[in-house]
Design a protein around this ligand. Sequence first.
Ligand SMILES: *[C@@H]1O[C@H](CO)[C@@H](O)[C@H](O)[C@H]1NC(C)=O
Length: 125
Amino acid sequence: MKDLQSYKVKLKEPISANILGCKLLVMPPPSGGPPMTLMLNILAQYAIPSGVSGPLGLHREIEALKHVFAVRMNFGDPDFVHVSTVLSDMLSPKFAKELKKQIFDNMTFDPSHLVAGKLLHWYNK
Ligand SMILES: *[C@@H]1O[C@H](CO)[C@@H](O)[C@H](O)[C@H]1NC(C)=O
């Protein structure tokens, strides 16, 4: 009861992204808004809707999600962890381009291919 009585709502500004000409407003960290923005920025690079339809489209969505969830491992509540780098990556169309390059239409990869492995060059630049 004491916890609830001293509970205060934190008001935060939404995060805005422009994807395919649409203005997207998402909840800030620690919500799933920024990972969703990254997902959409990856998929927006394919032909819409044909490139994300059918079995190949599903494959691309699954591969993109694998990358997004790998990136999300570095994400958290900004009241407890530093998220500014991973947040700016998640919102960066350029970063989404790097991730899309890691998605192959003819094959899938094991987890070592995800951020921790192949994208080290991005983090080391
Ligand atoms: C998939 O295509 C890439 C080139 O785009 C090639 O390097 C790779 O060997 C191919 N994988 C398979 C399983 O054919």
